[in-house]
Design a protein. Structure first.
Length: 554
């Protein structure tokens, strides 16, 4: 059943065995699995209601710049609505890969955090997650090193790409038809309530518009709203706990992580390898499955050099991003100066520190004048699938790195409220010196391996003072999983420490991030949680729910 919260009668109380907040990949996966096991569910989605989406985007960035509205979807499908990778087998795909075994382990001297799960704990859940995307379980790819280019430090990692349709079409349509499920859109969760002095969540308050409230009563509550919104709701639920639910040790909202994305370097091709063999770097298909290879340090290389995970991938470089080449190769300082001037002038102003970089820009103008047309021809040929006609003069090496769990990188509540009366969230995203050091060193260690594999020279662009990082819509941490309440927010099953019937799922429970896109692991954890809840509810079948009020279920 599909209903809009604004259409519910005043004073409505919704009841179900399980209430799920958030209808992105995590929430949809939990709901579908539970319904398949015969459990009745209320699934809440903030998007799709009377409140404009702009009024729902109430996050201010106080740390590294972070464009939250561009990095999350609103409506049934959540983040899947923003997936945008084009592949030979269809558009709107996303890169998928399991976490590496090393990602789950503490690494003394590098990062002390580990997952309270073993690789085997995720095995079945990963298989089921792959199946949800219509893909077979992951296996080692024999095509990764066709030329014997793997070394002790370096490896090629194959990312498979999965479609958005399971979450933007298939599961929403199936749940809307399922008699055990009520999908409620336009329903913004505003607060959790608990019985007096109890560790049991008794109800959840919703708002569909200013002044319009609804209540949900359930045996179990699951928060699947993403790293920012999960933390925001827990912190804002002060009626249930003065410091916020699950926040007895001040962990809620802390350890916000992303995968910093950045221009790691440039590759100057030395032959036609990259144009003749685009499968070395570009999205391609094999056996009806879309694939892309990334270059990374092996587990032994990471241990030997004491580095965090970093995955590097190539893309054609825009004609506007000219690389200035000197006697020793790419001139990083002048290349960055040209970029800074181009971006600033495009905004109608001079760049910061214009006087210090003007000489570099003037000295680069002759190269810019002839490199832009040549690069433009290569760009157009690549986009038309004819890279061999005009081989790229230069390609961008793009990095996606692991970020250390940092308690100062966090989500907190501000003193202002949004149109529904909820405190606005402040996102203070921070990187540490260790993060920057690892990104810089990983580039240095991988460079000779990349030159051998890709057939060109590699020049680093990583500069902690000038390199721009952006988030990859991979919001993690803030309610991290831990064995002890002192170290995190939820236990290995996803249950909030100290609460009997409140769970969290999604990337917000990640203790560490690795360098793989988080969505496959998000779906796997959601399916694992659903199986746990099915068993728990089966053991307590026949329990009656408290509360009163009209129930709109037919």
């Amino acid at each position: 059943m599909l209903v809009n919260a604004s259409d519910l009668p005043a004073g409505t109380t919704l009841r179900a065995s399980v209430c799920i907040v958030g209808a992105g990949p995590a929430g949809l996966s939990v709901a579908a699995r539970l319904a398949g096991a015969g459990v009745d569910v209320v699934l809440l989605e903030a998007g799709g209601g009377a409140t404009p989406h702009a009024d729902l985007e109430t996050v201010v960035s106080t740390g590294l710049p972070y464009d939250t509205p561009a990095k999350r979807g609103r409506g049934l499908g959540g983040g899947a609505l923003t997936w945008n990778v084009r592949t030979p087998v269809g558009d709107r795909h996303l890169r998928l890969r399991e976490l590496e075994p090393l990602d789950l382990q503490a690494r003394p001297g590098v990062r002390e955090t580990s997952w309270p799960l073993a690789e085997d704990d995720l095995g079945r859940a990963y298989r089921d997650a792959w199946a949800l995307f219509g893909l077979p379980p992951a296996e080692p790819d024999p095509h990764d090193h066709p030329d014997g280019t793997g070394t002790a430090d370096h490896e090629v990692r194959t990312f498979r790409l999965g479609p958005s349709t399971p979450f933007t079409r298939d599961l929403p349509d199936a749940l809307a038809r399922d008699p055990l499920v009520r999908v409620v859109t336009g329903a913004v969760a505003t607060g959790l309530r608990a019985d007096d002095g109890s560790s049991r969540t008794s109800s959840l308050e919703l708002a569909s518009a200013p002044g319009r409230r609804t209540v949900v009563e359930a045996e179990v509550y699951v928060l699947a709203g993403g790293a920012i919104e999960n933390a925001r709701l827990l912190l804002a639920s002060t009626a249930a706990a003065p410091a916020g639910v699950g926040n007895a040790h001040d962990n809620v909202g802390r350890y916000f992580m992303e995968h910093p994305h950045y221009d790691s370097g440039v590759v100057l091709p030395g032959d036609h390898r990259l144009s003749d063999r685009p499968e070395l770097w570009d999205v391609h298909a094999r056996g009806g499955v879309a694939l892309q290879r990334k270059q990374a340090l092996s587990s032994s290389g990471l241990r030997r050099h004491g580095l965090l995970e970093t995955a590097l991938f190539l893309r054609t470089r825009s004609p506007r991003d000219v690389v200035v080449v000197g006697r020793e190769g790419a001139d990083v300082r002048r290349s960055l100066a040209v970029r800074e001037w181009r971006v600033a002038l495009g905004r109608g102003r001079l760049p910061d520190g214009a006087r210090a970089t003007a000489r570099d820009v003037l000295a680069s103008l002759p190269q810019v004048a002839w490199r832009v047309p040549a690069q433009s021809l290569a760009w157009q040929a690549s986009r038309a699938g004819r890279a061999h006609v005009a081989p790229p003069r230069v390609m961008t090496l793009r990095g996606m790195a692991e970020q250390l769990p940092n308690p100062l990188s966090r989500v907190r509540l501000s003193s202002t409220v949004d149109v529904l009366g909820m405190p606005v969230a402040e996102l203070d995203w921070r990187l540490t010196d260790a993060d920057w050091s690892s990104m810089t060193r990983a580039q240095e260690v991988l460079a000779p391996h990349l030159e051998r594999v890709l057939g060109g020279t590699v020049h680093s662009l990583v500069d902690p003072e000038r390199t721009q990082v952006v988030g990859g819509s991979h919001q993690m941490g803030t309610t991290r999983m831990s064995s002890s309440p002192r170290d995190g927010v939820v236990d290995p099953d996803g249950r909030v420490h100290g609460m009997r019937n409140l769970y969290v799922t999604g990337a917000s429970v990640f203790p560490t991030g690795g360098s793989a896109n988080p969505t496959l692991t998000v779906v796997a954890l959601a399916l694992r949680l659903a199986d746990h809840l099915s068993s728990r509810l089966a053991a307590t079948a026949g329990a009656h729910l408290p509360g009163s009020g009209p129930d709109p279920r037919p």
